[in-house]
Design a protein. Structure first.
Length: 380
């Protein structure tokens, strides 16, 4: 018998006569463990993740028919109906909320201190029981977050589902990019298998990247609780990661099928799906600090002429792009943007008209850069 369940949750109405629905699909028995939570397109104009989850759902249905769902899968295939409806002259502008200008993947609830206070005097010498208490406290704190408007409701609802999971995967993409992911140093030994299964070519580690992105709202409370109650045992913290599925134009069925197969093998590794996964492929990269990423910005307006491709390794001082002022006299008005560090070009903008301050190229370096401080590592 199928264990698949679908529900459509009605979101608060933003205006009279409108209605948005959040779709949630689950596989596995109601109380089965372990649990994985997956969502796609929290930045609603980042579409590859939707296709990957579509392909993954097909595979989970087939596995479910074989009785092979050992744990529980929670999937939100379209995590941001608000942003998906933000269309302007045919273009989806789903990164920032129109009403407030807030980034949909920033400002997620920081539940760490609230939950730690609620756990005072409640933890014992039983790690499994402590883990259950932490998850219960997280779920209760998430339910009590503000949810009066639809954006706040969405943040609360997504987090409430994710905090019960052992694995939380938030699927995004960049402009033009290699497949890469973000996670915490504490998760890295476990996330190495995920990166290898997907064929990630970049992995960036930070305890606190800044702005309260969704994945850190799930993982950070565990590190705070472990530090505060260091005399009490806890189970492994959730593996929470943001996966960047290449670039915005990479909505490709062959790539999505490949990524879905990698996720199924990872779910086998985690005991969420029964069956033996193939041997773990060799890693395509080493993990590097997020503080080692250089975001090379344009200093002038003009046409963007890239000089290096995504996937190239560059040296400090190498020209990455030329910004051409179309109004300048012939032979002048060209500004070269150069690398400030050695590293891998993992991403670049797909825009071809620069504005001052716009990020043009991302370079993954192996060492933290001067002036890069924890909590201020992400671009908005």
């Amino acid at each position: 018998m199928s264990t698949r369940r679908e529900r459509f949750i009605e979101m608060p109405r933003a205006t009279p006569g409108t209605l948005r629905l959040l779709k949630v699909v689950t596989w596995g028995e109601e109380d089965a463990q372990p649990v994985v939570y997956l969502q796609a397109a929290l930045h609603a104009d980042e579409l590859p993740g939707m296709l990957v989850l579509h392909k993954l759902a097909e595979r989970l249905d087939a596995l479910d028919a074989q009785g092979a769902i050992a744990g529980r899968v929670i999937m939100v295939p379209v995590a941001n109906p608000i942003g998906l409806a933000q269309r302007l002259q045919g273009n989806i502008l789903g990164r920032l909320e129109f009403d407030t200008g807030r980034n949909f993947n920033r400002g997620h609830g920081d539940l760490a201190d609230v939950v730690a206070e609620r756990l005072e005097g409640r933890l014992t010498d039983d790690a499994a029981a402590n883990g259950r208490r932490v998850r219960e406290a997280l779920a209760e704190a998430a339910r009590q977050m503000p949810g009066d408007d639809e954006a706040a409701w969405l943040r609360r609802s997504l987090l409430e589902m994710a905090v019960e999971a052992d694995v939380c995967l938030d699927l995004h993409c960049d402009h033009e990019a290699l497949l890469h992911l973000y996670t915490t140093p504490g998760s890295w030994p476990r996330a190495a298998g995920l990166a290898a299964r997907l064929g990630c070519e970049g992995v960036f580690l930070a305890d606190v990247s800044g702005g309260h992105p969704f994945d850190e709202a799930v993982s950070r409370p565990w590190s705070v609780i472990a530090e505060r109650f260091s005399d009490r045992p806890l189970p492994d913290a959730p593996l929470s990661a943001t996966i960047e599925l290449r670039g915005m134009a990479d909505v490709d069925e062959a790539l999505a099928a490949q990524d879905a197969d990698g996720l199924v093998d990872f779910l086998r590794d985690e005991g969420i799906v029964d069956g033996d996964a193939p041997p773990l492929p060799g890693a395509r990269c080493e993990a590097t600090p997020l503080a080692g990423v250089e975001h090379v910005r344009s200093t002038v307006p003009g046409l963007v002429c890239h000089c290096v491709d995504v996937g190239e390794r560059v040296k400090k001082g190498q020209c990455l792009a030329r910004i051409v002022d179309p109004l300048a006299s012939f032979g002048s008005g060209v500004t070269e943007l150069t690398a400030g560090t050695d590293g891998l070009v993992y991403a670049r903008t797909h825009h071809r008209m620069a504005a001052p301050g716009m990020v043009i190229t991302g370079i993954a370096g192996s060492e933290p850069l001067p002036g890069k401080a924890s909590g201020a590592l992400l671009t908005d």
